[in-house]
Design a protein around this ligand. Structure first.
Ligand SMILES: Cc1cc2nc3c(=O)[nH]c(=O)nc-3n(C[C@H](O)[C@H](O)[C@H](O)COP(=O)(O)OP(=O)(O)OC[C@H]3O[C@@H](n4cnc5c(N)ncnc54)[C@H](O)[C@@H]3O)c2cc1C
Length: 334
């Protein structure tokens, strides 16, 4: 079959690789300039900042096996950073399993590296925003907007379409399968404002990451404490869900200033950064997932996968959910 995959996050890339290995011809469409979605690294003159997903854990057998392969290939490594809980400048040590994690891992040398490696053998069209999925007899056409063409181009026909984007963005693309659009509309995702700070010298805080309480920030982490990062004092902060929702439409400068103030208050350090930026993730994490592991209509040959499926896990909105969902959808297509 000739299959279009919309979205090059871990779910889309996993599904694409499986389907290609099964003998299908696969084309991945990605609206951004790079693959990997929310497993993301922003590269600056100071080095990279993991401003999306921070780390991952592997609890299911299929994901443990996949991660073992990533480690063997040198795409991922454990992160043994010292993590604390931070309350108004007071740091308290937390046990290894504060978030239920047995081992925390990261992609190396930045979070986007795994996606970049997975995309190597795939045909991926970056900077191609899919605006609509239209039926064409028993096949599908995509209306695609790209930088180089002023009007939407038509791609296809494809025998099958996989929608591998956050649920809110999947709804309009699933218009041709209204029952799926309805299911996607039942899930919820939360936004997150991310803060990136670069300092000239070490802040000497004595920890590498912290769950922050009583603050606009919920999490901060020192990027260079992760394996194979460029040395330097780089911190990433994530605002709380509540603050991110309330300030969703703030401009990035305003969000940056407010979150920088929160960083100073939370850490007790008043050192000014030499680099500061804020990034809004409008659909950061699925907070109300769908039961099951993916959607697939064998008659219409359209489906959806992503971190918004439970995929047999206790939580949702995580890298492991995205992987298991992409894997399950490829098996369903097969
Ligand atoms: C701030 C933040 C912190 C996080 N922390 C963690 C963590 O510590 N641990 C953890 O396990 N998970 C974490 N996550 C969640 C994790 O990143 C996601 O669960 C996972 O990466 C989702 O993968 P995905 O493939 O389902 O979706 P995505 O990675 O979002 O991939 C979807 C892709 O589709 C593209 N796309 C969307 N619409 C279109 C369109 N119309 N046309 C073409 N392309 C399109 C997007 O650009 C994107 O690249 C975090 C996420 C964020 C944002």
């Amino acid at each position: 079959m000739h299959i279009a995959i919309i979205g090059s996050g871990l779910a889309g890339l996993t599904c694409a690789r499986q389907l290609q290995a099964q003998g299908n011809t696969v084309v991945v469409y990605e609206k951004s300039g790079d693959v990997s979605g929310r497993m993301s690294t922003r590269y600056t003159e100071l080095g990279g900042f993991d401003h999306g997903a921070q780390y991952f854990t592997a609890t299911s057998d299929p994901f443990k096996k996949e991660v073992a392969g990533w480690r063997k290939a040198g795409w991922a490594a454990p992160w043994n950073g010292k993590l604390v809980s931070l309350d108004h400048g007071v740091a308290k040590a937390v046990g290894r399993s504060a978030d239920g994690a047995t081992q925390r891992l990261v992609a190396v040398p930045g979070m986007s590296a795994v996606g970049q490696q997975l995309a190597q053998q795939l045909e991926v069209r970056t900077e191609h925003l899919v605006r609509r999925v239209e039926s064409h007899g028993r096949q599908w056409l995509l209306a695609v907007q790209s930088e180089t063409v002023p009007i939407d181009a038509t791609a296809g026909p494809f025998d099958a379409v996989i929608v591998a984007v956050p649920a809110d963005q999947a709804i309009p693309l699933l218009g041709a399968a209204p029952k799926f659009a309805k299911q996607a509309a039942r899930t919820r995702s939360a936004p997150c404002w991310a803060l990136m700070l670069g300092f000239h010298d070490s802040l000497g805080l004595g920890y590498d990451g912290a769950w922050v309480h009583g603050s606009r920030l919920a999490w901060i982490a020192r990027d260079a404490s992760k394996p194979q990062r460029r040395p330097g004092e780089h911190w990433v902060g994530h605002a709380s869900k509540e603050w991110s929702i309330e300030h969703l439409e703030d401009d990035p400068e305003r969000a940056r200033e407010k979150l920088l103030k929160a960083f100073h208050e939370a850490t007790g350090s008043q050192v000014q950064p030499i680099y500061a930026a804020a990034h809004r993730w409008r659909h950061a994490q699925a907070v109300q997932p769908l039961p099951g592991d993916c959607l697939w209509d064998a008659r219409l040959r359209i489906g959806a996968c992503g971190d918004w499926f439970e995929a047999g896990l206790e939580g949702s909105g995580r890298i492991e959910n995205a992987y298991l969902s992409g894997l399950a959808l490829a098996a369903a297509v097969h």
